[in-house]
Write a protein that binds this ligand. Structure first.
Ligand code: DX5
Ligand code: ZN
Length: 217
């Protein structure tokens, strides 16, 4: 089943409740971008906002950790209300951590565990973790900022991961994040993506509910 995950990074922070209601009524997940200013050159938000949103959000919160040392914070994000937690393979490896251990930690906290990669990381780097992760996040822009242009080469990367899974008889979710809109959603779904993250194309639209519906076509 296709899941649409609007990214609250593009929401109206002075009217968050309105945007969260739109997500509750029209989408499948709420995508929450956590940035630390070190793994990525931007800082977004953390525990207090996730805790506050958990009180009103009725779909699972999909927390995307763009931070160093993700293992340090998994438990706190799970307690804050995350339903899914993804972290970057390159962040884990750079720190000499075993990504499979962190995936297991996420699952132990009762969350679905996702492994993310930036566009400059070979997609084959995910293959050793196909068994261990619940889902995979292919960045279609470089992590750090909303509103960037979709990188076309992401389609081939999604197909390659989908083909590898299929050849092993495994079917897991592939999430795509960055520059996703109605202009590319059909191609992404055809390539094998099953979770579409969309920030600007939803929340900057005049009618966000209609924009979510268009992503499903
Ligand atoms: C970028 C974030 C994305 C971002 C997507 O680092 O991971 O989730 O919010 O925003 P759009 O859809 O505007 O590219
Ligand atoms: Zn994201």
């Amino acid at each position: 089943m296709l899941k649409i995950a609007p990214s609250i990074l593009a929401g109206d922070f002075l009217n968050l409740r309105k945007d969260l209601d739109i997500v509750n009524e029209n989408a499948d997940l709420l995508h929450v971008d956590v940035m630390d200013g070190t793994f990525v050159p931007n800082i977004s938000f953390g525990f207090p906002l996730v805790e506050a949103m958990a009180k009103v959000v009725t779909v699972p919160m999909d927390v995307h950790l763009m931070i160093i040392n993700p293992d340090k914070y998994v438990e706190r994000f799970a307690k804050a209300g995350a339903g899914l937690i993804s972290f970057h393979l390159e962040a884990a490896l750079r720190e000499g951590k075993n990504p499979s251990d962190i995936l297991a930690m996420v699952k132990d906290c009762g969350c679905q565990a996702g492994l993310a990669i930036n566009p400059d990381i070979p997609v084959e780097s995910l293959f050793p973790y196909i068994e261990d992760a619940d889902f995979f996040l292919i960045m279609s822009v470089f992590a750090g900022f909303g509103g960037q242009q979709f990188i076309e080469g992401s389609l081939d990367r999604i197909s390659a991961l989908r083909n590898e899974m299929t050849s092993r008889g495994i079917s897991k979710d592939i999430e795509v994040d960055g520059g996703v809109s109605a202009a590319n959603s059909r191609a992404l779904i055809d390539a094998g993506a099953t979770m579409l993250v969309a920030g600007s194309s939803v929340f900057k639209a005049e009618d966000p509910a209609a924009a979510i519906a268009q992503l499903r076509i």
